[in-house]
Structure formats: structure tokens, C-alpha cells
Design a protein around this ligand. Sequence first.
Ligand SMILES: CC(C)(COP(=O)(O)OP(=O)(O)OC[C@H]1O[C@@H](n2cnc3c(N)ncnc32)[C@H](O)[C@@H]1OP(=O)(O)O)[C@@H](O)C(=O)NCCC(=O)NCCS
Length: 228
Amino acid sequence: MSPFKPVFHDARQHGIVVGVALPGTAEPVPDPVLERLHPAEQAYARTLRGFRQPEWVGARIAAREALRILGAPPVAVLNDDRGAPRLDGADPGVALSLAHKRDLAIALVARSGHGSIGVDLEDLQPERSGVATRVLTARELGAVESLPPERRWTAIVVRFSIKEAIYKALAPTLGRYIAFDEAEVDPTPDGLARVTLHLARGEPTPAISARYAWLHGRVLSTVRARWA
Ligand SMILES: CC(C)(COP(=O)(O)OP(=O)(O)OC[C@H]1O[C@@H](n2cnc3c(N)ncnc32)[C@H](O)[C@@H]1OP(=O)(O)O)[C@@H](O)C(=O)NCCC(=O)NCCS
């Protein structure tokens, strides 16, 4: 697959998802690729080192393609002081969320009138069951432990991925860190999940719609949050 090129796009329930292939190395991004970015993105990308540079650049290429498919202007996507993606300039009326691994960057874009969105990508291999006690509540751990052993890791990673997507959808509005026990996730085999929020500071609770899907040995999760 050619690096820094979109490899798929999908219209999903929570928006348009675009995936961009990455080289999987920490080599500096070639100039002709950097020159495809918005000037403000290009200037920031040139300050980045190691894997951060290709991943950040790939996510911007994915965002630009998703904005194009949505019919929105190609604004620069920088980061706010908490790391959330920030659309530079005039509000184009879109919501956006990003995720990346070393070989793939993902953007999810939707009209902001539908709510805030979050996307996450997690590897199914290698199994890292030790994360369960860090990211699941006692009730979620009980649900995982009630499953046959061969289904437990998948049940953990789906919950973990959906929680990361919830974080990305909620954190810019709440303006704070959200702990893993502030959301409980009950996935069902059809790719849906019921989410219950327990926001620690009693903020208004948005309705959450969450989905997950398999993507070449990974879990791709998308979330939409809507406040009444
Ligand atoms: C912020 C966090 C979710 C990012 O996940 P990650 O696995 O490190 O990285 P990913 O590749 O999935 O996502 C990276 C993208 O997340 C986005 N992101 C980072 N901070 C963010 C924030 N505060 N709000 C929204 N999006 C954010 C950025 O767009 C970033 O990409 P970019 O730097 O190229 O713009 C993670 O580091 C984290 O802090 N998790 C703990 C909090 C949590 O998940 N709580 C669960 C609550 S239920």
C-alpha cells in the first residue's frame, strides 16, 4: 500500500471514516507529502520527531479527505492545549476525531449539529489482559469473567476502545480528564454497545451512541455524544 494515501473510506452511522496508510517507520515524512498539508499543519508537522510526525501527518491527510467527502472546506487541523483536534479558522460546522497506529491513521468527520464524535483503533494482538483492571469497573470485570476464556480478551479490548472514543467525544466539552470508571460499556455481538456514564463532577450527561467493528485484526470504535 502506498504510504500517506487514503486506503478506505466508509459512511458509517457516526460519520465518514477515512483510513490513510502509513509507512510504519519513524523516517521523516518526505517534503512532497508535507507540501500537501495546509500551511499551518505543515509548519507544525516540521517540528515533530519520530513516529509522531508520520502519524500526525497521516491523520491530517485522512481528515482532509473526510472533509472533502463531507463537502466541507479543507481547514487546518491543529491541536488544542489538551491535545484534542482543533479546526483552525472559521467554524465549518463539522465535528472531527482522529486515531492512529504506526501503519494506519483514521479520521472520523460528521456535521457538528449531530453532536460530538470520537474514534478509536485498538490492536487485538498481542493480548494484554493486564489492562482490564485499569480500564474496567468491577461490574464490567464481572461481565468479562463470566465469558468463556477465549472470548475475554476481545470483550476487554472492545470496552477499552469504546471508552477511548468516549473520551475523545466528551473531553473537549467537559474540559477535563475523564477516568475509565466514569463510563460503563456493555457491547453486544451485533457491533453496538450500551453506555452508562457516571460523570464524577455531576455534569449534564449526554446521550451516547457507540459502535464497534473489526478492521483487519483491530477494533475500530466510533461514538457520538449529544447533549439535550
Ligand atoms: C487521549 C487518548 C484517548 C488518546 O488515545 P491514544 O491511544 O493515546 O491515541 P490515538 O491514536 O487513539 O488518538 C490520538 C488522537 O487523540 C486525539 N486527542 C488527544 N487528546 C484529546 C482530547 N483531550 N480530546 C479529544 N481528542 C483527543 C488527537 O486528535 C490525537 O491525534 P493527533 O495528536 O494526531 O491530533 C488517551 O491518550 C488517553 O488519555 N486516554 C485516557 C483517558 C480515557 O480514555 N478515559 C476513558 C474515559 S471513559
